[in-house]
Design a protein around this ligand. Sequence first.
Ligand SMILES: [Zn+2]
Ligand SMILES: [Zn+2]
Length: 105
Amino acid sequence: MKKQFQAKLIRWIAEDNLIRFYHLSQWRKARAMQMKIDNNECQVCKAEGKHTPAEMVHHIQHVRDNPMLVLVIENLLSLCNVCHNKEHPEKLLLNQKKFTNEERW
Ligand SMILES: [Zn+2]
Ligand SMILES: [Zn+2]
């Protein structure tokens, strides 16, 4: 990975602006390649013997935790949205917090 790209990515993480990474052609290519490798199927469901179409490509080591691996095929996994949510308990926690806050009013 190029140093410049790395710096850009780290800045986007700091600015909470990762959406810019997901718009890059490098990511789109890596994502399409992974979907193809995984036969467009959710890999967690597949391991449980179910066939569910993959809806997204997840980073096994999360982007924020390990930005060096964002474009490494071995770090990617095709998942359905249900399985993806399970891989990100931090998102659920965040939503819960929001919910409690809203409940106060
Ligand atoms: Zn699944
Ligand atoms: Zn993910």
